[in-house]
Every structure is written in structure tokens, then in C-alpha cells.
Design a protein. Structure first.
Length: 102
């Protein structure tokens, strides 16, 4: 009987974390990487908490990614509509495999 209240509490807590309404996501390591090597590939060093995971949208709020042009090359203008409709398998087009094996 004590499990029901605990499960309800856990469900409420997990739902409050979902749908975070941040204005945009900031990744300074990727910005520096773009500035020095013109790529935004994910590595174990610049993406340690998500390295090796294929479920990008478990951590990243899809409607909040690619909202600000951190690269100053106007890529956000064409990237934003694509990011809104993309599925997770398309992230690797720009960010490489993220350590996920095929």
C-alpha cells in the first residue's frame, strides 16, 4: 500500500522535469569547437552526460534547440525549421554519431 503514494510522487516529479520551457540551450564547448574546427561533432568530452545515447530528446527539449545562432553564420535561419520537425536519428547529420553504434 505504501508503494502507491511513492509511485505517484515519482510520477509527478518526473513530469515536472519534462517540457522545460528554457528559451534556448547553451553549449559553450560546441561553440568553441565550431570556432576552431568548423564542426559540431559530439564527443565524450563535450557531451559527457549524453555520450553513447541515441535518445537525444530525453534530455534536449526539441522546441528549444537551435533557437539562437551561436555560430554567427546565420545557420539558425535554415536549421530551426528542420530541428522542429527532425527525429532523433537526424541529429547525427550535423553532430556525428554521439558514440552510438549502428
Amino acid at each position: 500500500m505504501k508503494m502507491k503514494p511513492l509511485m505517484a510522487l515519482l510520477a509527478v516529479l518526473s513530469f515536472t522535469a519534462c517540457g522545460n520551457d528554457r528559451q534556448y540551450e547553451v553549449y559553450p564547448d560546441l561553440v568553441r569547437q565550431w570556432e576552431t574546427s568548423s564542426n559540431v561533432y559530439l564527443t565524450a568530452q563535450n557531451h559527457p552526460h549524453g555520450w553513447g545515447r541515441a535518445d537525444c530528446y530525453r534530455c534536449h527539449v526539441q522546441r528549444n534547440i537551435h533557437m539562437k545562432d551561436w555560430t554567427s553564420d546565420q545557420s539558425v535561419d535554415w536549421l530551426l525549421p528542420i530541428a522542429r520537425e527532425a527525429n532523433e536519428s537526424e541529429c547525427k547529420t550535423c553532430h556525428d554519431t554521439n558514440g552510438v553504434q549502428p
